[in-house]
Design a protein around this ligand. Structure first.
Ligand SMILES: Nc1ncnc2c1ncn2[C@@H]1O[C@H](COP(=O)(O)OP(=O)(O)OP(=O)(O)O)[C@@H](O)[C@H]1O
Ligand SMILES: [Mg+2]
Length: 263
């Protein structure tokens, strides 16, 4: 990987910390975790923002159940983030018609990310979470160059095949000097609500082994949980609508760890 320059990073007035939620592989649950973690942190009393940095595949509006168009301030031209479930958020998905693909090359993408970061009235916030697309592509380069990231989480499934992808993500954050808070294993054991049997559909213990191999902290396992998927599809974060669900409880516990880290 080429060395990324990090000297362009500027602080965003009012924003204390910025946390990237990242993964090497696609579909491991970054957006689901970002949306629920953001709401969980807000429920703990923190002022939280969520920036959907997945320009080509924005899923945050659907997961929060909001499809309004954000407005720009007529005087300053600055974008006004939307608010729902106790958090402020912004997504490319709010600016395009549903189902219309975004077909942009890198420079346009970087421009949009920079608008979301620096031309948006985020106000005073404790933490802004960034839901990243998978991999180490243009968005990640732009963000690690210009966003004042103060931490990154890496999400993976327990499957051993994800190890190489995790390694690339870890290396990217190390090279760009973004502190790695650690690894979160998602889609771990599934508990049958009929008989209580636990099935390890994506393998067992892969997250902890990967974290040990790469010398990063292993933070938490989030179970595979129908509640989490159904509530994401309905646009109601499970941590709020079904806080007693196993996945909600684990995401809340992860939130407490993250809040303590940034306190
Ligand atoms: N712990 C879980 N239990 C059950 N379903 C889950 C869990 N985590 C995520 N999902 C479901 O898996 C699917 C993929 O999740 P999500 O879109 O959050 O992944 P992603 O990593 O953001 O994907 P992409 O790489 O495309 O951005 C969604 O349908 C989501 O509801
Ligand atoms: Mg996603």
């Amino acid at each position: 990987m080429t060395q990324v320059q990090t000297h362009d990073r500027q602080a965003i007035p009012g924003i204390k910390d910025m946390l990237a939620v990242s993964s090497g592989k696609g579909g491991v649950g970054k957006s689901t975790l970002s949306a629920n973690l953001a709401v969980a942190l807000a429920e703990q009393g923190l002022r939280i923002g969520l920036l959907d940095a997945d320009i080509y595949g924005p899923n945050i509006p659907g997961m929060l159940g909001v499809h309004e168009r954000p407005q720009a301030d007529p005087q300053s031209g600055r974008i006004q983030p939307l608010e729902a479930h106790g958090i402020k958020f912004l997504s490319m998905g709010l600016l395009i018609e549903t189902g219309v693909p975004v077909i942009w090359r890198g420079p346009m993408l970087a421009k949009m990310i920079n608008q979301f970061l620096f031309n948006t009235d985020w106000g005073a916030l404790d933490i802004v979470l960034l839901d990243l697309p998978p991999g180490t592509g243009d968005v990640q380069i732009t963000l690690t160059q210009s966003a004042p990231l103060t931490g990154a989480l890496i999400v993976t499934t327990p499957s051993a095949i994800a190890l190489e992808d995790v390694r690339r993500g870890v290396e990217m954050f190390r090279q760009t000097e973004v502190p790695l808070l650690g690894l979160v294993e998602n889609m771990s054991a599934f508990s049958c609500d009929q008989c209580g049997h636990q099935a390890q559909l994506f393998g067992r213990g892969g997250g902890a082994q990967t974290a040990e191999l790469l010398s990063i902290p292993f933070l938490h396992s989030i179970p595979l949980d129908t509640v989490l998927r159904e509530s994401a599809d309905r646009g109601e974060p499970a941590v709020r609508s079904q806080p007693q669900a196993a996945s909600s409880q684990e995401i809340n516990a992860l939130g407490q760890r993250i809040a303590a880290h940034f306190a």
